[in-house]
Design a protein around this ligand. Structure first.
Ligand SMILES: Nc1nc2c(c(=O)[nH]1)N[C@H]1C(S)=C(S)[C@@H](COP(=O)(O)O)O[C@H]1N2
Ligand SMILES: [Mo]
Length: 496
């Protein structure tokens, strides 16, 4: 057998294994797909500093980088398995079994899969071993003859095609069709329109409402959970007077409300990009919890996603009438995009996403902070995580050169009370009060703008915000871990 043939046999064996696993996973739970299960488990086991590094280095592409890395390693293993097996199929068979068992282990480790999930990597193992041995037999046996070569080529082609079909067919839980069928979610109570003076987008701030395609995205999901609206069920249970089981239609038939809310990630650095604003449409979370009847002693609302991710929010916060916490179904005039939690997610203004904003939410348990711990709590992050008072400078940009008069703009946020003032200073000089954009609500960011006359040369601009309670944003720099960054954003730029 030539080296090339041997490598091809190895690669096709692995392709067949992945495709078979993927196909079976479509039936027993998409995250059982062996490649994804191994990837997800790798994420769970990755040490926190490495995760932080990956997010810093690759931003929201961190997961793509992981998948590509795994694909390269797997390709290497497949080629090696083929090359080692030129004389006998034994080494490749052993490797296939080891890889399969790795998949079984990964699936067993997933919190979101029942025992049936194991069928996917078992199918992968069986298909991998069978196809590898079959192709090996074709390649080794009638070596050299034209007929033998043709038979091997046909067999390889058929395997490649079958693997492709398995991979494509496995991915098709038709959640896109389900989302299209949901159609428009008309709120009975729309959000007040955002006044045109709310942002300074022409001068460098973000638009007040972030388009869905630009909304920041943070989650641990390697593949987006694919839950169809018609299959979705939300269970409300635990320390309640009566358990509720809510279906999508139960919720969408209610009077929906629309609220403009700014969401922030706790891992946002001072000056960072992980903040966005949308019009969310949904059902007040408070109403649903009051229907269930929250018992005394329940201090935590523990929410679980379809992929097993969990978050714990303070019950008193989510029950506040003015807080406006939602079970959201829609975002900016559409059903939630898949990456932002379709069919349903939680949105709680003023709490960082990791303690409140569960996407693909399927379970709400009223419990205590003693009894259960959300996903990020055992990974170094705090239990209590209200969003911190913060401001960011968007213009001038770091390191830029500005000609003539400088228009500085930016954003500030202080959920749920709202921003009352933003001040800027240049080169440590006196503070100047910026003009604020029109106010939308305490649950959203507030944009600011100030014109500065500066001499040519290098300058450093700093900003600080104050909230409606009169608290001023603290100067001291604190890193995001464990409960959010603080400190004044400062930007160095040059006037020409
Ligand atoms: N199921 C699930 N929900 C999740 C997360 C997650 O990893 N899984 N991440 C949370 C975090 S840390 C943040 S900041 C917000 C981000 O929501 P977005 O991706 O829609 O911006 O979602 C939250 N909800
Ligand atoms: Mo986050």
């Amino acid at each position: 057998m030539t080296r090339l043939t041997a490598a091809l046999v190895g690669v096709l064996g692995v392709a067949a294994a992945l495709a078979a696993g993927h196909l079976v996973a479509a039936l027993v739970g998409p995250s059982a797909s062996p490649f994804l299960a191994v990837g997800n488990t790798a994420i769970d086991f990755t040490p926190q500093p490495v995760k932080d590094f990956a997010v810093r280095a690759f931003g929201t592409h961190d997961k793509l980088v992981l998948l590509l890395g795994m694909a390269v390693v797997l390709l290497g293993v497949a080629v090696a398995a083929g090359l080692l097996s030129r004389r006998s199929p034994l080494p490749g068979t052993v490797l296939a079994v080891v890889l399969g068992l790795l998949g079984v282990g990964a699936v067993l480790h997933r919190p979101d899969l029942g025992r049936l999930g194991v069928l996917a990597p078992v199918a992968a193992l069986a298909a991998g071993v069978a196809v590898f041995r079959w192709l090996h037999g074709r390649a080794a046996h009638p070596a050299g003859t034209a007929d033998g070569r043709r038979a091997f080529l046909v067999a390889s082609g058929a395997t490649g095609l079958a693997a492709l079909v398995g991979q494509v067919a496995g991915g098709r839980v038709d959640v896109e069709a389900s989302r299209r069928a949901v159609g428009a979610l008309e709120p009975a109570t729309p959000a007040p329109p955002v006044p045109p003076g709310a942002d300074f987008a022409a001068e460098g701030t973000p638009t007040f409402i972030t388009p869905n395609a630009d909304f920041y995205r943070i989650d641990t999901a390697l593949s987006v959970p694919r839950v169809r609206a018609e299959d979705w069920v939300l269970r409300v249970h635990g320390l309640v007077d009566r358990e509720l089981t809510l279906r999508y239609d139960d919720l969408r038939r209610r009077d929906l409300v629309e609220r403009t809310v700014t969401m922030v990630c706790v891992s946002n650095e001072v000056g960072g990009p992980y903040i966005s604003t949308a019009n969310f449409v949904g059902v007040p979370l408070r109403d649903v919890l009051l229907e269930a009847g929250v018992r005394d002693g329940a201090d935590q609302l523990f929410s679980t996603s379809a992929d097993g991710w969990t978050a714990g929010s303070p019950v008193d916060v989510v029950l506040e009438e003015d807080r406006g916490a939602l079970i959201a179904l829609g975002m900016n005039g559409e059903p939630l995009p898949l990456e932002h939690g379709f069919p349903a997610r939680l949105v709680v203004p003023g709490l960082y996403g990791y303690v409140s904003a569960t996407k693909w939410v399927v379970d709400l348990e009223l419990t205590t902070f003693e009894a259960r711990r959300g996903y990020w709590l055992d990974r170094g992050w705090a239990r209590d995580a209200p969003v911190k008072l913060m401001s960011r400078i968007d213009r001038p940009e770091r390191g830029s050169t500005v000609a003539g008069r400088v228009v500085a703009t930016g954003i500030a946020w202080a959920q749920p009370t709202g921003v009352s003032k933003v001040e800027v200073r240049v080169d440590g000089g006196p503070w100047r009060t910026a003009t604020l954009g029109d106010d939308v609500s305490g649950s959203t960011w507030r944009m600011w703008r100030v014109e500065l006359d500066l001499p040519p040369g290098g300058h450093t601009i700093e900003a600080r915000a104050a909230d409606r309670a009169g608290v001023t944003q603290p100067q001291a720099r604190v890193a995001p871990v464990p409960d959010g960054a603080t400190g004044w954003h400062s930007v160095f730029f040059t006037v020409s």
